[in-house]
Design a protein. Structure first.
Length: 406
């Protein structure tokens, strides 16, 4: 898009020149870099699971993840002896010693899929997220009479990998080709819960595993009953790390034709389960009447090496109506700040909120609303332009050269 030919008047708090000014961000970044780098857990857990009509191949359930808008479908795509081969509606993770071998502990309100595996049964489920997820965590509870195998490919085509966060000694983890087998030596199911590492009852395996290799859109979960008496009832759930995306106009008020900043903030909390999140991306559609002022952008060096373009992926130019930032990398305990210049020729109030934002992965959650007020510019020679008030009790210089004490 071609830059506008007429020069722009910049608001006082935006520095002129090619480099973007981060002066207005100094105080905000200092604050976010300390106390606001949250130390609380930021895992979004599965919070609901809808029931399927009947067991069997082709049946589908849907899992929800709080108010993130992210869902996951769980579908049996193949299997034998499937009368007890269907994940049941929502339950919870728990049982003896469960919190010792799940990381983080399942919070109140979290949900789990209750798995039923009958004698001689084997079946494959495909779990598909509505949006790709970075570093989702699979939590396994009370797996003893059957084995489970996790596989699939990421959005980059790489195999889905499993990294152990925590587990008990009873749960074997065995790589097998492009999959990972959990509990490769099933045993008769007894009681409910997780075997203590000293071998005391119950007998089941439990653990939490990060799915890696790139953004995960879907993965397969194969479940096969072992050559043991009876069946197996176990449970699994999912969680994933989240970071909030906020934004702010700076300053919040400009005159028509002036230029201000639009700042984006991504803070990755300090937490045991919080990884470096990459690649993150977002697209912000500016409110109608507000446009990009020039092709410059800036960061605070905590964003990796982002690619910043217009909303459609072309070069960022004056007059563009949106901005896209891709390939962002944010480490735990840091705040990424990205800044672009914006302007408007039309007086009014412009709101930029969650409805203007879209993100490429589920981990980046918009949580923001900011307002830009654009005032009518003063016209040279008008009474407003001729009046200058220097603070309370200052002097007012009128157009008629009279000096009036205020």
């Amino acid at each position: 898009m071609t830059a506008r030919s007429r020069p722009r008047r910049r608001a006082r708090r935006v520095a002129a020149g090619a480099a973007v000014s981060l002066l207005a961000l100094g105080g905000a970044f200092a604050a976010l870099g300390s106390a606001s780098a949250a130390t609380s857990a930021s895992q979004q857990w599965m919070t609901s699971v809808s029931p399927a009509a009947t067991p069997g191949v082709g049946q589908t359930m849907t899992a929800g993840f709080g108010d993130t808008g992210v869902t996951a479908t769980i579908q049996v795509v193949s299997g034998t002896n499937t009368t007890c081969s269907w994940p049941a509606p929502a339950g919870t993770l728990g049982g003896t010693n469960a919190t010792d071998f799940l990381e983080p502990d399942p919070p109140a309100g979290s949900a789990a899929v209750q798995q039923c595996t009958g004698q001689g049964s084997a079946f494959t489920q495909v779990v598909t997220f509505s949006k790709p997820v970075l570093s989702p965590i699979l939590h396994v509870d009370n797996l003893d009479g059957s084995l489970a195998s996790v596989g699939g490919t990421t959005t980059t085509g790489a195999p889905v990998t499993l990294t152990t966060l925590t587990k008990n000694n009873a749960l074997e983890v065995s790589p097998s080709g492009n999959s990972t087998v959990l509990n490769s030596t099933p045993q008769v199911a007894r009681n409910a819960g997780c075997q203590a590492d000293d071998g005391t009852n119950p007998t089941a395996g439990c653990g939490s595993f990060v799915l890696g290799g790139g953004p995960v859109k879907s993965f397969t979960l194969y479940n096969q009953m072992g050559n043991v008496t009876g069946g197996d009832a176990w449970a699994w759930s999912l969680s994933f790390p989240t970071v909030k995306l906020t934004k702010a106009f700076e300053p919040g008020k400009i005159q028509a034709g002036e230029t201000g900043e639009l700042n984006f903030f991504i803070t990755n909390p300090v937490d045991n389960q919080q990884p470096t999140l990459s690649p993150l991306d977002f697209t912000d559609a500016l409110p109608a009447g507000v446009t990009i002022a020039d092709s410059t952008f800036g960061t605070n060096s905590q964003c990796g090496t982002p690619a910043v373009t217009d909303a459609a992926g072309g070069s960022l130019d004056a007059g563009d109506t949106g901005v896209k930032a891709a390939n962002l990398t944010v480490s735990p305990g840091t705040t990424c700040i990205l800044t672009v210049h914006v302007t408007s020729d039309t007086p009014g109030s412009y709101t930029n909120d969650n409805s203007n934002l879209s993100t490429g992965v589920a981990n980046l959650v918009p949580d923001t609303s900011t307002v830009l007020v654009v005032d009518t510019p003063m016209i040279a020679g008008s009474a407003a332009a001729a009046a200058l008030v220097l603070g309370g009790g200052g002097w007012l210089f009128s157009r008629r050269s009279r000096v009036t004490r205020q």
